[in-house]
Design a protein around this ligand. Structure first.
Ligand SMILES: *Cc1c(COP(=O)(O)O)cnc(C)c1O
Length: 412
């Protein structure tokens, strides 16, 4: 296939695999091997030189040595994600946390500083505040409502301001859906910390409904367990960005040894063919379910980006960064934990489970589940209350979903 002639949408279907390389198989085989034969010792020597970093991407991808470093199924999956994200390259990992921790360790070392938005996914919050600090990496965080001037003052007042190496954003944030303006952050970075990498956890929207690189981010990070995998059958993570940024991350991935396996990578390639279809259907369902919840007497507040009105102060930012409201809803029932639990225990079609982005609808309680390792004060400050329920909307029949939520709300 002559890649340059086709759109990213088409290349994400069958790009990245050459049938002629594998008995004309339309789908890539699973290359279940740990190591690759060198045709000559000279070739082995050349491959090691290429793999150590500075060769162009195509040469590095052609230099197959050992599956921890690189393998054909990862290369196929990485090509597809790079197309979808408008990136030069991508890297897959055995979990979202592997992608996130490897990216942070690629750019932040002892004595460096990370600036982050809040709230972050509970695992990321814990990694930065309780684990990265053990390696001498310091952090500061800003609140969703912070202005550019407030963020600049926060950076400038820190004694390590000159060591700011990463600005880590989650927009929309899990589970509160708060938004951060990526272009504003880029202006701050360009002014105060030119070599800081801007990373965006794009799990909630991407790669279909949000393209952070187009707004000035350097790096997309994903839990590919969620929409990219899309079927609740794998744990995986991803990074995408420029060739130079991903090259650094791949060097760290090789040595930490958390490269996505051939089978995981193969499943990810399979899933990326339908991600657009799945996410569109999920978002359509979410819009209808959110409208239903918003008008329900047992529901105190519904957070869904697709419910935003033009009069909302964040509407322009939402329209700038996102092409859909997505398929994540959070809503508060009247009452507290016991009312929320009555609802959760009464669901019949939707499943009570953490995780998100899959074909089936998943419902959970962030306060006691996915965000429970955050300090309680941080949870409450960010609206993660005992009455809050999080919904990842699937591709079921929407009338059935509404019927199920309605009967479960009646249990309160
Ligand atoms: C799930 C999730 C992660 C962590 O990914 P794993 O695949 O579970 O390691 C990171 N960020 C967000 C926003 C998530 O939802």
């Amino acid at each position: 296939m002559k890649h340059k002639d086709f759109s990213a949408e088409s290349l994400a279907i069958s790009g990245g695999h050459d049938p002629a390389s594998a008995h004309n198989s339309i789908k890539p085989p699973i290359y279940q091997t740990s190591t690759f034969k060198f045709n000559t010792a000279e070739e082995g020597k050349a491959f090691f030189i290429n793999a150590s970093g500075d060769a162009p991407l195509e040469e590095r991808n052609a230099s197959l040595i050992y599956t921890r470093l690189n393998h054909p199924n990862a290369i196929t999956a990485e090509f597809k994600l790079a197309q979808l994200d408008g990136a030069e390259d991508a890297a897959f990992f055995e979990s979202g946390m592997a992608a996130i921790s490897t990216a942070i360790f690629s750019f932040c070392h002892a004595g460096d500083l990370i600036l982050m938005s809040s709230p972050l996914y509970g695992g990321t919050d814990t990694f930065i505040k309780k684990h990265a600090v053990q390696f001498g990496i310091e952090w500061i965080e800003f609140e969703p409502s912070a202005t550019s001037a407030e963020i600049k003052a926060l950076i400038q007042s820190h004694p390590k301001a000159d060591r700011l190496k990463m600005i880590y954003l989650e927009t929309p944030a899990n589970p509160t859906l708060s938004l951060t303006d990526i272009e504003m952050i880029k202006e701050i970075r360009d002014e105060l910390a030119a070599d800081a990498v801007i990373a965006v956890d794009n799990t909630y929207m991407g790669p279909i409904f949000q393209k952070p690189l187009a707004h000035g981010a350097d790096l997309n990070l994903y839990s590919a367990t969620k929409y990219i995998g899309g079927h609740s059958d794998i744990i995986a993570g991803a990074a995408s960005g420029s060739e130079s940024v991903i090259k650094e991350i791949k060097k760290k991935r090789s040595i930490l040894g958390n490269t996505a396996s051939p089978f995981t990578s193969w499943l990810l390639s399979r899933s990326m063919e339908t991600i657009g279809l799945r996410m569109e259907k999920q978002a359509n369902n979410a819009q209808k379910l959110a409208e239903f919840l918003d008008s329900h007497s047992k529901v105190k507040a519904t957070h869904y980006l697709g419910l935003m009105k033009e009069s909302d102060s964040l509407y322009a930012l939402f329209k700038k960064q996102n092409t859909s409201g997505g398929a994540m809803i959070a809503f508060e029932v009247h009452g507290g934990e016991s009312e929320a639990f009555k609802f959760l225990n009464a669901l019949e079609l939707a499943h009570l489970a953490i995780s998100l982005g899959s074909t089936e609808t998943l419902v959970s309680h962030p306060f006691t589940m996915s965000s429970s390792n955050m300090d309680e004060a941080d949870r409450l400050k960010n609206g993660i209350t005992p009455a809050l329920v999080r919904v990842s909307v699937g591709i079921e029949n929407i009338d059935d979903l509404i019927k199920d939520f309605d009967q479960a709300l009646k249990a309160i």
